[in-house]
Design a protein around this ligand. Structure first.
Ligand SMILES: CC(C)(COP(=O)(O)OP(=O)(O)OC[C@H]1O[C@@H](n2cnc3c(N)ncnc32)[C@H](O)[C@@H]1OP(=O)(O)O)[C@@H](O)C(=O)NCCC(=O)NCCS
Length: 161
């Protein structure tokens, strides 16, 4: 994990006071990014839910990524692990468009993999649209392989530890 003086992204668990930061990530997602990241809507209510009751949601752990820009920490991305009761939880990830290609996605992937390993999990699973080249490239960098096809023109991908 980086220090606040570093320009490297800082990834940490979502906290109760993060509603506005999380909502700013939602607001920074383009239509394309919203379509590729499907799990939920992008309303302030959803951000409030995740930083409220969502903090104790069974089987789900959410994280936020912060990046230092112009001397201040900006919210750049969001990710989560779910089905944490399973041996192979699944993940979701999104980076605000203006912060993409700056290592934020990679930092969040590293953090989620480390979290899953520390929890004794056997691997991770995800689905990604077939046309999501950026997502597939990111996942393949971490050793994910395509294991099948889903029902929505998407691939199933898996990483086994
Ligand atoms: C996929 C996503 C999370 C990547 O986040 P990011 O912060 O831009 O990624 P990084 O800068 O950390 O890049 C890590 C690697 O991802 C891959 N990558 C990222 N963007 C890419 C692009 N536009 N084209 C091709 N590869 C890309 C590259 O392999 C890159 O490594 P490199 O920089 O050494 O080439 C981001 O594009 C995003 O949020 N997209 C919209 C939502 C989404 O698709 N979520 C995933 C749903 S399955």
């Amino acid at each position: 994990m980086s220090s606040e003086n570093s320009s490297a992204p800082l990834v940490r668990p979502l906290q109760a006071e993060d509603t506005d930061l999380l909502y700013s990530v939602f607001c920074g997602l383009s239509e394309w990014s919203r379509k590729k990241y499907r799990p939920h809507d992008f309303t302030y209510e959803t951000a409030s839910k995740f930083t409220g009751e969502g903090l104790s949601e069974k089987g789900c752990r959410r994280f936020i990524a912060l990046l230092r820009e112009d001397g201040a920490l900006q919210a750049a991305g969001f990710c989560f692990l779910y089905n944490m009761e399973s041996e192979t939880p699944s993940l979701g990830i999104a980076v605000s468009d203006r912060y993409q290609r700056r290592g934020v996605g990679a930092a969040m992937m590293g953090h989620m993999i480390q979290t899953a390993r520390a929890a004794g999990k056997k691997g991770l699973r995800l689905t990604t649209d077939k046309d999501n080249i950026a997502g597939q490239a990111l996942y393949q960098n971490y050793g994910f392989v395509i294991t099948g096809e889903g029902k929505e023109d998407d691939y199933l991908m898996a990483l086994d530890f």
